[in-house]
Design a protein around this ligand. Structure first.
Ligand SMILES: C[S@@+](CC[C@H](N)C(=O)[O-])C[C@H]1O[C@@H](n2cnc3c(N)ncnc32)[C@H](O)[C@@H]1O
Length: 287
């Protein structure tokens, strides 16, 4: 089903308003394709109805959720792009083990996990679970009994309720696990249920999921040693990116790490972070 240019403008203004995603003039076909299947669920017979509804300012939670779930791009995979996870395992994790040990010497300074990490666009969960698998590997080989899994916590957030419920379920099909997981990782960290693979309790216990719009102020989100914010900033305006990056800087612990997507960088957006290269990965660090 097609929409007029005016309708397209109203609908994309609404999407921008609720989640900050910028949809340029070249995306009309994509918007039509994604919203056509939900028109009837929204009680609309065509895009004229929908545009009227979205621009009226009186949409309810259900409409917002349906539009969000349809309009967000949730593409992800385990160990996506591989190299950031090599950097995480080889460069970041040794530092995290040290932090745990140091913080254990000063127990009065911190409650809860000694090291906190955030996957800020977690989608269906593959990113935070990949981080958790690496933590488990490193703790088993280098923790020496001094550092345990309980010393780590990962928060996974996303704006889309649909992907978050899949992330919480932690249940993946054969095609999902074929993308990025070695058979060894699959055997060690998943339980087979019919044709599905379910993340085991050891990994799941490390990750907590919650809904969060990254355009909102970070006041309630906590502070972190490591932030993965991969493949989301590309959808936002430069102003929004600047706001998000400066808040990342504020909530990172001194010496904390930020990893962005392979097509994302901070050029002209933020001068606070120091950059380091590790293989093909750019690591952003708080001074
Ligand atoms: C392409 S996925 C990236 C997943 C993962 N980080 C990766 O790199 O594989 C982008 C995710 O950002 C989420 N997203 C879009 N706008 C958002 C917003 N304003 N706040 C929080 N999440 C948002 C989408 O729902 C989607 O799941």
């Amino acid at each position: 089903m097609a929409m007029t240019q005016e309708e397209y403008k109203s609908i994309t203004a609404y999407v921008f308003d609720i989640c900050g995603i910028v949809l340029g003039d070249d995306k009309q076909y994509l918007v039509e394709q994604r919203l056509t299947p939900v028109l009837s669920e929204l009680g609309c017979t065509n895009f004229t109805d929908l545009a009227k509804r979205l621009s009226s300012g009186v949409t309810n939670f259900l409409v917002r959720e349906k539009v969000l779930n349809a309009m967000t791009t949730n593409e992800t995979s385990f160990f996506r792009d591989e190299h950031p996870y090599v950097a995480f395992r080889e460069k970041i994790m040794p530092d995290m083990l040290e932090r745990v040990k140091q913080r254990k010497e000063r127990p009065w300074q911190r409650r809860g996990p000694k090291v906190s990490m955030w996957s800020a666009a977690a989608s269906t969960g593959q990113e935070p679970y990949s981080m958790a698998m690496i933590i488990s590997d490193v703790v088993a080989t280098k923790g020496m009994g001094l550092v345990t899994m309980e010393d780590f916590g990962i928060l996974g957030t996303d704006i889309s309720s649909k992907v978050l419920s899949k992330a919480m379920e932690g249940k993946y099909g054969p095609l999902d696990v074929a993308r990025g997981l070695t058979p060894d990782m699959r055997n060690r960290y998943f339980v087979k249920e019919d044709e599905f693979f379910v993340v085991n309790d050891k990994i799941r216990k490390l990750v907590e999921f919650k809904a969060f719009n990254i355009q909102d102020p970070f006041t309630q989100i906590g502070s972190f040693d490591v932030i993965f914010c991969r493949n989301i900033l590309i959808y936002f305006t430069d102003d929004a990116k600047k706001k998000i990056l400066s808040q990342f800087y504020q909530i990172l612990a001194p010496g904390g790490y930020l990893l962005l997507g392979s097509a994302e960088n901070m050029y002209n957006l933020n001068n606070d972070f120091a950059t380091e290269r590790y293989g093909a990965t750019t690591i952003y660090r708080k001074h």
